[in-house]
Design a binder for this molecule. Structure first.
Ligand SMILES: NC(=O)c1ccc[n+]([C@@H]2O[C@H](COP(=O)([O-])OP(=O)(O)OC[C@H]3O[C@@H](n4cnc5c(N)ncnc54)[C@H](OP(=O)(O)O)[C@@H]3O)[C@@H](O)[C@H]2O)c1
Length: 326
């Protein structure tokens, strides 16, 4: 496996990063700052609401980015998606249309738009190849989010075809790691399990009850690998194709819970509330295209879990009340 090349964009060129306060955006911003990039445009939501077409248009025409990493989205786990289908479809559609249209009008050279493996059909053959896009109905619990992602990637491809704005379209599996939050009302499964089991150990709880049957299988990538992968793909010749970004291996939620329980030192019982939905039965990417482009993730799931547990413990010692939050 050849080591990926460095990021070829010049350090003084203006790069717009949306969602820079989020898990992926913050990791990318930090990585580029450390690498000496001096012209990063990273407005917070309070400075630029991406749902406002006029504000986005004004910002981009004023700052004239040469490249863009469009990472902002309304993101959430299964509970958040079920509770707010309007928000996940409406906001995500508006965000993506506004950002792409402003980039095209301002002549941005290359745009990376981060998608998701939620775009693939619920009954997709596993592992999921990129060509299975739009071959069947979507998973209903996150249909709005997935539809907005699909519309975004097709719009980006259309801008490339019709106007020559190059697009890079990675489709990451479940992302976790540094900068993820631990608010159970909206966090993702891995962080939720880290919080649940760490808190159970601290509280000497005898059991932890988790949603679903535990049989659903998921694939995870550490945010550090997402950053490396995005930069690698930005430089590669991807021809506007979608590219799965993941290790290509999955685990069941029960296995994941077991790994996290063991690493946190939890020795009680794990119970399953089978009245709760599992979501899609299996989601594992075929990452052949990614490997052909010369990239593979590095952080193993075990190491990534260990780091996430350590980071959660750190947030607790910084704020001892956060264990009781959400
Ligand atoms: N996390 C995953 O497992 C996963 C998996 C596959 C794909 N992705 C994709 O990866 C990207 C980054 O995800 P993430 O996990 O880093 O999410 P995140 O931590 O929730 O960050 C999302 C960012 O988008 C910003 N944002 C949302 N709506 C906005 C608006 N109207 N105006 C301005 N900013 C807005 C948020 O701002 P605030 O900070 O103000 O809320 C936040 O900074 C997203 O496109 C997501 O769809 C994530």
């Amino acid at each position: 496996m050849p080591e990926e090349k460095g990021f070829s964009v010049r350090q003084d060129e203006p790069i717009w990063i949306t969602g820079a306060a989020g898990m992926v955006g913050a990791a990318l911003t930090k990585h580029l700052q450390t690498a000496g990039y001096t012209n990063l445009l990273t407005p917070a939501r309070s400075e630029l609401d991406l749902c406002s077409a006029d504000a986005v248009q004004d910002y981009v025409s004023q700052h004239r980015p040469k490249h863009a990493f469009l990472l902002a989205a309304k993101v959430g786990g299964i509970v958040a998606n079920i509770n707010d289908p309007v928000g996940f479809l409406d906001e995500n559609l508006r965000l993506v249309v506004n950002q792409l249209s402003a980039c095209a009008k301002a002549g941005v050279e290359k745009v990376l738009l981060l998608g998701s493996t939620c775009i693939y059909p619920r009954e997709c053959a596993q592992p999921m190849v990129e060509d299975s896009l739009l071959t069947g109905p979507l998973e209903p619990t996150n249909e709005g989010y997935a539809l907005a992602k699909i519309a975004g990637l097709r719009l980006a491809q259309s801008y490339q075809k019709q106007m020559g704005m190059k697009c890079v379209l990675p489709m990451p599996c479940n992302i976790y790691g540094t900068g993820d939050h631990f608010d159970l009302a909206r966090c993702h499964v891995l962080s939720a399990l880290v919080k649940r089991f760490s808190d159970a150990v601290d509280q000497n709880a005898e059991s932890v009850t988790l949603w679903g049957t535990g049989s659903a299988k998921r694939e995870f990538i550490h945010v550090e690998d997402v950053v490396r992968g995005m930069l690698h793909l930005f430089d590669a010749e991807t021809d506007g194709q979608i590219i799965n970004l993941g290790p290509g291996t999955d685990v069941s939620i029960a296995e994941l819970a077991g790994m996290i329980a063991e690493q946190t030192g939890f020795q009680g019982q794990i119970c399953w509330d089978t009245t709760r939905p599992d979501g899609m039965p299996r989601k594992c990417t075929d990452n052949t295209r990614l490997k052909q482009l010369g990239f593979e993730p590095r952080v193993s799931l075990n190491d990534g879990i260990a780091r996430t547990i350590q980071e959660y413990r750190q947030t607790l010692s910084n704020n001892p009340y956060s264990a009781n939050a959400a």
